[in-house]
Design a protein around this ligand. Structure first.
Ligand code: NIG
Ligand code: FE
Length: 419
């Protein structure tokens, strides 16, 4: 048991928990001043103000031997969940960034055999050990920004063996809780036809990753030139039969009806949604599930429009934000930049951004019963920051996380300062 004290303001996100991720635009986040958290076996046992704590100290079983941890007058938030990344990859695509800036489109680069396929070549050529070292250093970069739950996709292998290699690397990553997602249908490999590759996915790789529990979820890229809604339907059916949760890359570059298709299969999340039409926005808002995962740094790098976050929120959808970190469409790991874009260009309020990166993103991974808010019974995962909350997701590049706790244990802190 541990008792955390000297918390200036504790933003518990209890309202987000109570409303299942929907917080009205005008609402600001509630907080407890001079708060205390009692942690037991990694979970939140009690949370309240100092005076309430003093009154219930004995009943909580806190004795003179209990470890007391001072958080030095910082403010705290539930730790962030990063729910959409492609962080296992080798090589980079800086050359394509230059080409895109000279006017060649993302789709045109893909048609010429670059894009996803160029990362596939580099990733196939790398050993599992090298991939692991690269991926682990990227995980560390997320952790220091306050991430204690992280999703990692495959999708740069595009063959049975290479996809399994990627998922094994993802499963071996240390630090945060890791959710793994099989994204075999990310692109068709250069050496095979789509139908040959789909057969391998459906008859071999998907069953194996489900059976061995290498993947928690199944994902597909439904887009012109990649996979169509019929592929999506067959894939979702099979994934569901095998007990895998579903998520999908949909309506990123064109409207294919992928989001509502995935919703039919009770997908946990539908991701991108830039080209989602008004009728589908209404349907997603009404269906309450799946979570709408918005990825504004990908839209920024691809010079696209931004998803209609305001319309989705007003329609009643639960929204999450994520980096989509990958070497092509979103070569950034910055949660801060994601949040700044969401506030600046997607009409999201600060409380909506914070909710989207905590409760919303936890729900996108199906983890909202355990994380996403500081609620009694959930994991004791939180971040300490020094500024007022209004300074978060404000200055590009300024993300003042001072320390990160996972299950009551210190996972990272800014070494230059004493906690
Ligand atoms: O989410 N859209 C498909 N997949 C990634 C891009 C991957 C890549 O360009 O390497 C995305 O944007
Ligand atoms: Fe993605």
């Amino acid at each position: 048991m541990r008792v955390f004290v000297d918390i200036k303001k504790c933003y518990s996100l209890q309202e987000a928990h109570d409303s299942d991720g929907r917080v009205a635009q005008s609402e600001s986040l509630g907080f407890i001043e001079d708060a205390v958290i009692v942690e037991d076996q990694g979970l939140i046992r009690w949370l309240g103000s100092r005076s309430e704590f003093e009154a219930s100290r004995q009943a909580l079983g806190v004795s003179s031997n209990t470890e007391i941890v001072s958080l030095s007058g910082t403010n705290i938030l539930p730790a962030f969940t990063e729910c959409h990344t492609h962080l296992v990859f080798a090589g980079d695509r800086s050359d394509e960034f230059e080409m895109r800036n000279q006017g060649v489109s993302y789709q045109e680069i893909a048609k010429r055999g670059g894009g996803i396929l160029s990362t596939v070549n580099a990733t196939r050529g790398a050993s599992a050990e090298d991939l692991r070292a690269l991926a682990q250093s990227r995980v560390a970069e997320f952790v220091k920004q306050g991430v204690t739950a992280l999703e990692v996709k495959s999708g740069y292998g595009l063959s049975h063996e290479d996809e399994i290699k990627m998922l094994k690397v993802a499963r071996s990553l240390k630090g945060p809780k890791v959710v793994t997602t099989y994204l075999g249908p990310h692109s068709v490999p250069a050496e095979r036809s789509k139908s040959e590759y789909m057969q391998e996915i459906m008859n071999k790789t998907l069953p194996e990753v489900a059976k061995t529990r290498l993947a928690d979820r199944a994902d597909i890229f439904i887009e012109e030139g990649f996979f169509d809604p019929d592929d999506g339907r067959a894939y979702f059916q099979k994934a569901q039969e095998l007990g895998l949760q579903i998520t999908a890359h949909v309506e990123q570059l064109s409207d294919q009806g992928g989001a509502v298709l995935a919703a039919e299969f009770e997908a946990l999340s539908v991701d991108h949604l830039v080209e989602l039409g008004p009728e589908h926005i209404r349907q997603l808002g009404e269906s309450k599930a799946p979570v709408c995962v918005l990825l504004p740094t990908a839209d920024f790098y691809l010079k696209m429009a931004y998803p209609k976050a305001r319309d989705l929120l007003d329609a009643g959808a639960t929204v999450a934000l994520a980096t989509d970190f990958n070497p092509g469409s979103s070569p950034t790991q910055s949660l801060n930049f994601v949040g700044v874009l969401a506030r600046l260009l997607m009409k999201m309020s600060l409380s909506e951004v914070v909710t989207a990166y905590t409760y919303g993103s936890a729900k996108a991974l199906g983890l909202q019963a355990d994380r996403g808010s500081l609620t009694v019974g959930k994991v004791c995962d939180f971040i300490c920051f020094e500024t007022e909350i209004e300074n978060l997701f404000y200055q590009v590049g300024f993300h003042p996380v001072r320390s990160v706790y996972r299950e009551g244990e210190l996972l990272w802190n800014d070494k230059n300062k004493t906690v």
